[in-house]
Design a binder for this molecule. Structure first.
Ligand code: NI
Length: 260
């Protein structure tokens, strides 16, 4: 009997792997009892994610439009998302949505508008939010405070300070950490991993990006979430299994599912 705890990888673009065979990457994860949640990015690839996750056991999905892809977002996108959600029980959240001021600040206002619309939609559907926030921490938090009524929010690939993490947790927001915590120079991420209450921590990979040490610089894959669990465990003087157990419980609570 396998008694290894499940790990919920709350953010994996396993459908975008190029150097690794996708079926192999998924069976690697399944064999290690890793459950994967795949985000969408555009008003078109919501359909691809819908189809993709139906093919595999233990692979779930989010529908949502990424901040850099907001140009063709429309009312139709929301009705498409609604149809997908109604017909596919494996869609368990809205994501990845949010704000990104790193690449281009010129369409901040449009990003905010689309973010707000998707928060309101998630509230209506009663689904959690998987949020991308890059160099936009204060705006992200303000918008969530103002517009999010009833959806649990997760800040994916959290890149803020410990102080900001605490501010978010006060609002009931969850912190998801990925491969960055394994990087030697990632002082902020390590500080967050070591100090936030574990009841608000989630694990992810954001593959194919941000592979953890010892694969840093190579293509990431969902299995490598185990290295994230191990790094967090080391920082907290506990075991990777305990981190897996607690973060799985957190994810089960948020996504209203049972890993068994
Ligand atoms: Ni992502």
């Amino acid at each position: 009997m396998n008694t290894k705890p499940y790990i919920i990888n709350t953010h994996s673009h396993v459908n975008m792997l190029e150097k690794t065979d996708i079926d192999t990457a998924i069976s690697n994860a399944q064999n290690a009892r890793i459950i994967i949640i795949v985000p969408s990015s555009t008003s078109k690839d919501i359909f691809d994610v819908d189809k993709f996750i139906r093919k595999y056991d233990d692979v779930f999905g989010y529908v949502g439009v990424f901040p850099e892809e907001v140009w063709d977002f429309s009312e139709k996108t929301l009705s498409d998302m609604e149809n997908i959600i109604k017909n596919n029980k494996k869609i368990i959240g809205i994501g990845e949505i949010g704000l990104d001021y790193y690449w281009d600040k010129s369409f901040k206002e449009l990003q905010k508008e689309v973010f707000i619309k998707q928060i309101e939609f998630a509230n209506q559907m009663n689904l959690p939010l998987n949020i991308h926030s890059r160099e936009a921490h204060q705006d992200t938090l303000e918008i969530l405070k103002k517009y999010n009524k009833n959806s649990t929010a997760i800040l994916h690939c959290f890149s803020g300070s410990l102080e900001f993490a605490k501010e978010c947790i006060k609002e009931g927001i969850y912190i998801a950490l990925g491969g960055v915590v394994t990087f030697k120079n990632a002082i902020k991420a390590k500080e967050v991993a070591a100090n936030i209450p574990l009841e608000y921590l989630l694990l992810e990979t954001d593959d194919p990006y941000l592979a953890p040490v010892p694969y840093r610089g190579k293509e990431n894959q969902p299995l490598y979430v185990t290295y994230v669990a191990r790094a967090v465990a080391e920082l907290r003087n506990t075991t990777a299994d305990e981190i897996a157990e607690i973060t799985t419980k957190n994810a089960e609570r948020i996504f209203n599912f049972n890993a068994k």
